[in-house]
Design a protein around this ligand. Structure first.
Ligand SMILES: Cc1cc2nc3c(=O)[nH]c(=O)nc-3n(C[C@H](O)[C@H](O)[C@H](O)COP(=O)(O)O)c2cc1C
Length: 206
């Protein structure tokens, strides 16, 4: 019998910074890539989903939301949702096989918690696990302007091995819609996690 290639297991955390659309586009793209996702939403992450994407963007209806927005391709992957209060969940341990983690969007509060290794919630603990196990951790911070403490927290996270991938979409692709902007950031996240991405075309130098 031919051995099936292992599906990649990725943690995706969604916190209460503006940019819920970056979260759903990233989750959809990873599902389209066939990943097993372990999702965690902070309380304000859930609130911003509703505030920015509308009343149908409920975490307990995520599968329906994904299919409605991005089509059946999302069924290539699978996901489970952990409570952010559950510090006994799989993601809280380095012995659990989870290849990489992205926090998208990442609030300045969660950024500070990760930088200081506070582990007050599952999101912060899972990020700390990624750093201690030297696995890929991608942070997608969003705030403007940025305080000096926030800038220092980003430097500390980068020094500890995280990739800082700010929610700063580019305009050289001539985006036509908000979805194009979200796809650009989601594509960058996929690249940072080691995936091929087809969400925006590569720059050809012309
Ligand atoms: C509408 C709204 C927009 C917000 N936007 C941001 C933001 O862009 N960046 C940020 O760091 N915090 C933002 N916040 C504040 C965070 O949600 C708040 O600091 C929260 O405690 C973050 O908690 P969490 O990291 O556990 O999600 C926003 C809050 C609200 C209600």
């Amino acid at each position: 019998m031919t051995e099936q290639p292992k599906r990649r297991r990725i943690a995706v955390a969604v916190t209460g910074a503006s940019g819920a659309i970056y979260a759903v586009r990233t989750i959809a793209a990873l599902l389209e890539a066939g990943c097993e996702l372990e999702l965690v939403f902070s309380d304000y992450g859930k609130r911003l989903l509703l505030d920015e994407l509308g009343p149908e963007a409920k975490v307990d209806r995520l599968a329906e939301l994904m299919t409605a927005r991005y089509g059946d391709g999302v069924t290539r992957g699978s996901f489970v949702i952990h409570s952010n209060k559950d510090l006994g969940a799989t993601l809280a341990s380095g012995s659990h096989r989870c290849d990489a983690m992205v926090i998208v969007p990442c609030s300045m509060k969660t950024l500070a918690g990760v930088s200081l290794g506070l582990s007050r919630s599952l999101i912060e603990r899972a990020a700390d696990v990624m750093l201690k196990e030297q696995r890929r951790l991608v942070l997608v911070p969003r705030e403007t302007p940025m305080s000096l403490p926030a800038l220092r927290h980003m430097v500390a996270c980068a020094e500890a091995g995280a990739m800082i991938l700010p929610a700063m979409p580019a305009f050289y692709q001539q985006p036509k819609s908000i979805d194009d902007l979200a796809s650009f950031i989601a594509g960058k996240v996929l690249n940072a996690l080691g995936f091929e991405q087809h969400l925006f075309p590569p720059w050809k130098g012309e």
